[in-house]
Design a protein. Structure first.
Length: 938
């Protein structure tokens, strides 16, 4: 009893001080349930709407139904307050207000009821309300709120549902709240009304079944005997028909009173709720709702501006088109809105696009000839999109509609016709979830290549063979790596245990098959550079232990022999890189085949070096008749000098030299030169005695100037607008790629301190201007240089700021702080400060050095000893201020103290220069406030 009394007092206090929408704390008492049971007899039970979350809705509804049977006005008042409080309103409807609101004046809504709505609106003062709140509690609350309405209708269908009072009151209340100007009332009541109609439809279906059963029993009893039994069946049938009429009236009242006014509401959540429920009504009761009179609302809302509403439309249509028994009634809707649905996979919202693609998949399966060939061709191309869920959905559409027969010819033809030959990895990734078994049939694909000329049916041409080899490589990569290609997903996904097992099995299958087949493929296509380059990428996905455990060394010998022949035949860079990569993979010291592969690699290198020496001997005999020294020994510096001559010749001429064979040639020459300089400056004498004379070699000042001039002329010089306008987009992208290659090669010299830091300053000044094209390269250069050289790297950054400031300085007036050049300089400094990141301790020394050197630069050139003349570079302090947020507090005091006599002057200048105008404005504002205060008090 003490526990019950305490619980009652507690809940009474909570009722007085409870903020609606806030969760009621659960009573921590061993007899908590008993407390709540007793409290229900004392307080309106539905007031405790948070209890619905913890206790069964059925028991709450049963108690309320019993209370309704005893006094329906009190119970309905409780229910009305329940809906109002679930909207987040703090007001309560009293018994007097409730009685006045039910006084009818003909067929009009009484003014008293409008007064009740107005009073509830006035007491509503919260922007947020329970239905839209986030978090697990409020999510559960919304779900149980909807469940409560469904249970209420279900529990009342056998008793009080047809008393012409309960449902009229509830529908009238929800319709009135749905027309309120308060969003919380509209949203909560619309949700309740839509769920109420859904529950009423379920009752209608049950009644319809019961009516048919009663009709059948009546016919049976009528034919058998007559009398009381027949009269009972007839009365039962008439009662069911009457109940059906009442239920239909309820359905029409809710639909016309709430749905028709709220499906166009300004709040997207309300529109989405209406569309979601009408989709459920159509699926649940197609005999009534599956017609154009109701489908049109879903079709219209496909054009809604909010993605949430469009998504609900698509999800509802998926449920309809997935049932073949309903599709036959969708002809007119499909004809009217098909074009809109076909365009929606290109929606800007990813989830809408994915669901639209899935809907089109269902339409294609269940509707004959609904999609034209042009529609399908457009949808097929979505397998190349970067958004993986959409690409996978498009892959399902492509596989089930176009590749329904597992014929590789169809896949090859589609790949070639799409003209996106560089994106085969995206195509395979899109199809992987649906056609994995088909794409993993490497035995069939390689047989098609090896026995192509012997086939009696279709024969692959050269382009189709190349496409099939690319497809094989893409499938091998997808199976071995287990994650989508670059651009589809932010990071590599974490594989589950099952996925890792499948990946391991696929790697074993790849190894066992291609160990035997790959040498045959390399032998067949040894003269085709593109095919060979793709095939040579396959060994990197091998499980190399299979060579020794499976006693397959003879196949390893065959592979090494084919690679050696390929290297001898080809000079194509992609082939040579693939060959080098294959040797690198096979030469792992941890595997048993290392010694054999290393021996083959050494033998190949010796042969190549012998050929190179012979070619160089012949070359120098022709071009260097007066060669000094031993002609038999060719130094690496000779090749370096040759490249230097070519670079200089290319820079002097405005047009590209014919002997240099265009722009690509001196790009390669420049990249090779940078690589040689990088290698020569980092030789390791421990493993190479001949390299002792090349240690610590750095390019001369003249060569460094030529390299920098070359970069400035061919990377940072903008093309004329007339020439640039005549180029197509692909040409512009190619030129940009070449420029990025040149800049990356030169930036490696900066990172490894091969060139002086002054060269880095010349590169850094283009950071802001060329940020979209080269910003990532310059930023990475600065980051890696700082990681390797620490403070030395930031000297180049500071030197660049010094140079830029000096260039913008006028001899008479100095630097204009409002000029565009100075603003750009501040932006450049701000961008540089962002490269330090959030770790202030790591960048402490560099930031302190920038401030110290910057302050010294700002006070250079001071005339006179009395300190009355301002330094000409004082404006540079504003540039340095962009780095101040990276400076630690102890370092701020050190920087100021090390300024000597200029320390206080620096603080004074900063204070006056930065805050004088603000202090001036604050002074007049303070005077104005005093004046207003004096007026009010007087």
């Amino acid at each position: 009893q003490v526990g019950v009394q305490a619980g009652l007092e507690y809940l009474q206090r909570r009722r007085l001080h409870h903020l609606p929408g806030q969760p009621v704390p659960v009573l921590r008492h061993p007899h908590c349930k008993e407390v709540l049971v007793h409290v229900r007899a004392e307080l309106p039970m539905l007031y405790f709407h948070p209890i619905i979350i913890t206790f069964c809705c059925c028991s709450v509804v049963d108690d309320w139904v019993e209370a309704y049977k005893q006094d329906r006005n009190v119970a309905l008042l409780d229910l009305i307050n329940f809906f109002i409080q679930c909207s987040g309103c703090q007001g309560m409807v009293t018994a007097e207000m409730f009685q006045n609101s039910h006084k009818r004046d003909g067929n009009k809504i009484p003014s008293n009821r409008m007064d009740v709505m107005q009073k509830m609106t006035e007491t509503f003062d919260e922007v947020d309300y329970p239905v839209i709140r986030t978090g697990p509690y409020w999510k559960k609350f919304k779900a149980n709120f909807c469940e409560f309405i469904a249970v209420l209708v279900q529990q009342c269908q056998c008793s009080i549902l047809y008393d012409s009072y309960l449902m009229d009151t509830i529908i009238s209340l929800l319709t009135g709240l749905a027309d309120s100007v308060i969003r919380a009332f509209r949203h909560t009541s619309t949700l309740a009304a839509m769920k109420l109609l859904t529950a009423v439809i379920s009752v209608h279906l049950n009644l319809d079944v019961n009516k048919h059963n009663a009709q059948r029993l009546y016919e049976v009893e009528k034919n058998r005997i007559s009398g009381k039994r027949t009269n009972y069946r007839l009365d039962q049938l008439e009662r069911k028909k009457k109940e059906l009429v009442e239920i239909q009236n309820m359905m029409h009242a809710i639909f016309k009173g709430t749905f028709l006014s709220r499906y166009r509401d300004i709040v997207p959540e309300i529109r989405a709720t209406c569309i979601e429920e009408i989709g459920n009504w159509i699926k649940t009761y197609p005999d009534v709702f599956l017609n154009d009179g109701y489908l049109k609302y879903i079709g219209w809302m496909l054009y809604d501006k909010q993605a949430e509403v469009r998504l609900k439309c698509l999800l509802g249509l998926q449920g309809i088109y997935s049932r073949k028994d309903l599709v036959s009634k969708m002809d007119l809707f499909t004809c009217r809105f098909k074009d809109r649905i076909v365009s929606m996979p290109l929606d800007k919202d990813h989830e809408v696009a994915v669901q639209a693609m899935k809907l089109l998949m269902l339409m294609s399966q269940n509707c004959e000839d609904v999609l034209s060939a042009e529609d399908c061709e457009t949808l097929y191309q979505l397998v190349y999109t970067t958004h993986r869920p959409l690409a996978v959905a498009a892959g399902e559409f492509l596989y089930k509609r176009y590749l329904c027969l597992p014929a590789y010819f169809l896949l090859i033809c589609f790949f070639l016709e799409s003209e996106l030959h560089k994106h085969v990895a995206y195509l395979i990734d899109s199809l992987w979830d649906w056609a994995g078994k088909f794409l993993k049939d490497w035995e069939c694909m390689t047989t098609l290549l090896l026995k192509n000329d012997e086939g009696d049916g279709k024969v692959l041409n050269d382009a189709q063979e190349s496409a099939l080899i690319e497809i094989i490589l893409a499938t091998v990569r997808e199976a071995a790596e287990g994650h989508p290609p670059v651009g589809r997903g932010a990071a590599k996904k974490i594989l589950s245990v099952k996925e890792k097992k499948i990946q391991s099995e696929d790697c074993t299958k790849i190894t066992e098959h291609f160990i035997m087949v790959l040498p045959q493929l390399l032998a067949k296509y040894s003269t085709d550079a593109q095919k060979v380059a793709n095939l040579l990428h396959i060994p990197q996905y091998y499980d190399l232990d299979v060579y020794s455990t499976g006693h397959l060394e003879k196949h390893l010998d065959a592979l090494l022999s084919e690679i050696k022949d390929i290297v001898a035949k080809h000079s194509d860079l992609s082939v040579l890189e693939a060959s080098s990569r294959t040797y690198y993979i096979l030469c792992s010291e941890k595997i048993a085949i290392y010694s054999k592969v290393d021996c083959a690699r050494t033998q190949l290198i010796d042969e190549l070096m012998g050929q190179l020496n012979q070619l160089l001997d012949g070359f120098w005999q022709k071009v260097s008749v007066t060669h000094c020294g031993d002609k038999q020994t060719v130094s690496i510096f000779d090749l370096l000098c040759l490249l230097d001559v070519q670079i200089a010749a290319a820079m002097k001429s405005n047009t590209v030299s014919k002997s240099f064979i265009g722009f690509v040639c001196f790009i390669q020459a420049f990249v090779i030169l940078c690589d040689w300089l990088l290698i020569l400056s980092h030789q390791d004498s421990n493993n190479n005695e001949e390299a002792i004379g090349l240690l610590d070699y750095l390019p001369s000042t003249s060569l460094q100037e030529k390299l920098l001039f070359f970069i400035q002329e061919h990377v940072f010089v903008e093309e004329e607008e007339g020439k640039e306008g005549r180029k197509d987009e692909s040409c512009k992208l190619d030129n940009l790629h070449k420029k990025r290659s040149l800049l990356a090669a030169y930036c490696k010299l900066i990172v490894y301190n091969v060139v002086e830091m002054a060269a880095a300053a010349e590169i850094y000044k283009h950071y802001v201007k060329t940020y979209s094209d080269f910003g990532d390269i310059i930023k990475e250069t600065l980051s890696r240089t700082r990681h390797r050289l620490h403070v030395v790297a930031d000297l180049g950054l500071l030197l660049q700021l010094f140079q830029t400031y000096a260039e913008s300085q006028d001899s008479s007036t100095g630097v204009d702080l409002s000029s565009a050049s100075f603003i750009n300089m501040k932006e450049l400094a701000r961008r540089f400060s962002l490269t330090f990141g959030w770790d202030q301790l790591r960048s402490r020394e560099s930031v302190a050095m920038i401030h110290k050197e910057g302050i010294e630069f700002a006070f250079q050139g001071t005339t006179g000893t009395d300190g009355k003349c301002l330094p000409p570079n004082l404006g540079f302090l504003l540039i340095i201020s962009e780095f101040s947020n990276k400076l630690l507090k102890p370092d701020k005091r050190v920087v100021c103290s090390e300024g000597g006599g200029w320390g206080l002057f620096l603080l004074l200048c900063c204070s006056l220069g930065l805050y004088a105008a603000l202090i001036h404005q604050l002074y007049y504002f303070f005077i104005y406030i005093l004046y207003i205060f004096w007026i009010v008090t007087v």
